[in-house]
Design a protein around this ligand. Structure first.
Ligand code: DQA
Length: 149
């Protein structure tokens, strides 16, 4: 099973940015944990990060054309602004996408309560910290098991 893990703007700054919200663990160590946990599950993790909205759209499309089994994405602030990312998720249906947020976005500022893409995702996992990326992989595996004969 091959999963693309897409991280949006400023996620490379985790460990430095707002540690009270995002924790002190660096982005690099979160990526290493994701690779390790996914490998334990027999999943190949293809990790990407960009600060540019169009890169995220390109990668969502690439996951479709290159036959990935699913996407785990944390679009960062684009979650709350990007119709282009929501459209990309809709465009690749039924390829499953799980939206992940390190923080509990529903308990933060009002503008973070909206996710344009969430209605088209398999599910949203928020507020579980880095473990959310692993839970997302488990959700994709369960989806696959339920949708293959
Ligand atoms: C975030 C939440 C977003 O509101 C914020 O803009 C981020 C990170 C999270 O992982 O909690 O950059 O997606």
């Amino acid at each position: 099973m091959k999963i693309m893990v897409i991280n949006g703007p400023n996620l490379n700054m985790v460990g430095i940015r707002e540690p009270a919200i995002y924790g002190k663990e660096t982005f690099e160590s979160i990526c290493a944990m994701i690779r390790e946990e996914y490998a334990k599950r027999g999943i190949e993790a293809d990790l990407r990060q960009s600060n540019h909205e169009g890169d995220l759209v390109d990668w969502i499309q690439e996951a479709y054309f290159k036959d990935y089994d699913g996407i785990v994405m944390n679009p960062g602030a684009y979650t709350h602004t990007s119709i282009a990312i929501a459209d990309a998720v809709k465009a690749i249906a039924p390829l499953p996408v799980v939206e992940v947020h390190l923080s509990a976005i529903s308990e933060r500022e009002e503008f973070r309560h909206v996710s344009y893409a969430a209605p088209y995702c398999l599910c949203q996992i928020a507020g579980h910290g880095a473990v959310g990326y692993v839970e997302a992989a488990d959700a994709l595996m369960a989806y696959r098991n339920n949708n293959t004969q």
